[in-house]
Ligand binder design. Structure first.
Ligand code: NAD
Length: 322
C-alpha cells in the first residue's frame, strides 16, 4: 500500500484494461528533490531562530577548469543559495600541486564557519594528484560527499548514525522510500561497485536489511542476476544495458546511469539515456526512475541535506556546550 506522500510523488503513467499490465509507476526525482530542498529551507530558517546569524557553510574546491565540473558546481551553488546555505566556490589552477591542494583542504577543515567541504572530481590537474589522499584529508565531520575512507568504513559496518552518506546512493534510498516499498527482506541487486555509487549503494541496502547481490563488469550472466531483483539499482555507466525482459515482474528499478547516445532528431545530435532500457523496462517494472529527472536531481539535494545535517550537529554541540 502506497503512503499518501508516495502517491503524490509517484505518477501512474497509464492504466491497464482488458487484463493487460499497466506501465510502471514513475518515481520522480524532480518532485522529490524539490520537497527535500523545501524542507531544508525550513531547517535553515529554524537554525536562524535558534542562533541569529548562523548559516550552514559549504565550500566546493575545484582544481582546474573542466566544463562538466563547472556545470555541476553551478547547479550546486544555485541549490545552496536557494536553501540559504552560504556556499563558496574555491578554485585552484591546473598547475596546483598535491601539497597545495592539501593545504587548501586543511584551511577549510580549520574554518569553523564551514560545515561541509567537497572536492569536485575528477581533479583537473596538470601533474598527477592522488585523489583518495586529497579526499581523506577532508575532516570526516565535514565530508558532505561521504567519500572519505572513515565515512565509507562506518557505512560498510552499518554505523549509519555516525556517518555522512554519499549523495547519489543516499538520493536513491530517498526515492525508494518515496515508493513506500519496504526494503527489509527484499532481494536487491546493484550493478556497479564504484566508491561513489555502487559500493555505498550495496552497503545502504544491506544495512536497510535487504539481501544484496553486487554485480560488476566480471559478473557472469547479468540477466539471470537481474531477474532475481525485487529492487534493482543500475550504476554501470553503460547505455541501456538492462533490458525490460531481464526484470522480475513488478520490480522497483532505480537507474543512476547518465549516458549520451547519438540522436539525429535532437538539435544537439544526442540525447540522455540511463543504464536501463526505459521503454521495455517500463512494461515490466512496478516502479521506475526516469533519465533525466530521476536520480540526477537527488544527488545535489542530498549534498545540501548533508551540509545542513553537519551544520545542525555543530549548532547543537555549541548550544550544549554553553
Ligand atoms: P564507474 O565507471 O566508476 O563504475 C562503473 C561500475 O559498473 C564498475 O564497478 C563496473 O565494474 C560496473 N560495470 C561496468 N560495465 C558493466 C557491465 N557490463 N555489467 C556489469 N557491471 C558493469 O561509474 P560510476 O561513477 O559508479 O557511475 C555509474 C553511472 O552512474 C554512470 O553513468 C554515471 O554517470 C552515473 N552517475 C550518476 C550520478 C547522478 O548524480 N545521477 C552520480 C554519479 C554517477
Amino acid at each position: 500500500m502506497l503512503s499518501l506522500a508516495a502517491r503524490l510523488l509517484c505518477l501512474r503513467v497509464s492504466g491497464c484494461c482488458g487484463g493487460s499490465r499497466s506501465m510502471a509507476t514513475v518515481v520522480s526525482g524532480n518532485k522529490t528533490s524539490k520537497l527535500v530542498r523545501e524542507r531544508l529551507q525550513g531547517d535553515v530558517l529554524r537554525m536562524q531562530v535558534q542562533a541569529p546569524g548562523f548559516r550552514p557553510g559549504l565550500v566546493v574546491l575545484q582544481v582546474g577548469d573542466r566544463d562538466d565540473s563547472n556545470l555541476y558546481i553551478s547547479s550546486k551553488m544555485r541549490a545552496a543559495a536557494e536553501i540559504g546555505i552560504d556556499a563558496r566556490h574555491v578554485r585552484l589552477p591546473r598547475s596546483a600541486t598535491e601539497a597545495e591542494v592539501l593545504r587548501s583542504v586543511q584551511a577549510v577543515n580549520q574554518n569553523p564557519a564551514v560545515h561541509g567541504l567537497i572536492v569536485q572530481l575528477p581533479l583537473d590537474a596538470a601533474e598527477p594528484i592522488d585523489t583518495q589522499n586529497v579526499i581523506d584529508a577532508i575532516a570526516p565531520a565535514k565530508d558532505v560527499d561521504g567519500l572519505t575512507s572513515v565515512n565509507a568504513g562506518r557505512l560498510s559496518r552499518g554505523e549509519l548514525a555516525g556517518c555522512l552518506l554519499p549523495c547519489t546512493p543516499s538520493g536513491c534510498m530517498e526515492l525508494i522510500r518515496q515508493t513506500g516499498v519496504s526494503v527489509a527482506g527484499k532481494h536487491a541487486v546493484v550493478i556497479g561497485r564504484s566508491k561513489i555509487v555502487g559500493a555505498p549503494m550495496r552497503d545502504l541496502l544491506l544495512w536497510s536489511h535487504a539481501t544484496v547481490t553486487s554485480c560488476h563488469s566480471r559478473t557472469h550472466d547479468l540477466p539471470e542476476q537481474v531477474s532475481r531483483a525485487d529492487i534493482l539499482v543500475a550504476a554501470a555507466g553503460k547505455a541501456e544495458l538492462v533490458r525490460g525482459e531481464w526484470l522480475k515482474e513488478g520490480a522497483l528499478v532505480i537507474d543512476c546511469g547518465i549516458n549520451h547516445v547519438a540522436d539525429e532528431t535532437k538539435p544537439s545530435g544526442k540525447r540522455l539515456v540511463g543504464d536501463v532500457h526505459y521503454a521495455s523496462a517500463n512494461q515490466r517494472a512496478g516502479y521506475i526512475t526516469p533519465v533525466p529527472g530521476g536520480v540526477g536531481p537527488m544527488t545535489v539535494a542530498m549534498l545540501m541535506e548533508n551540509t545542513v545535517q553537519s551544520a545542525w550537529r555543530v549548532l547543537q554541540q555549541s548550544q550544549a556546550g554553553r
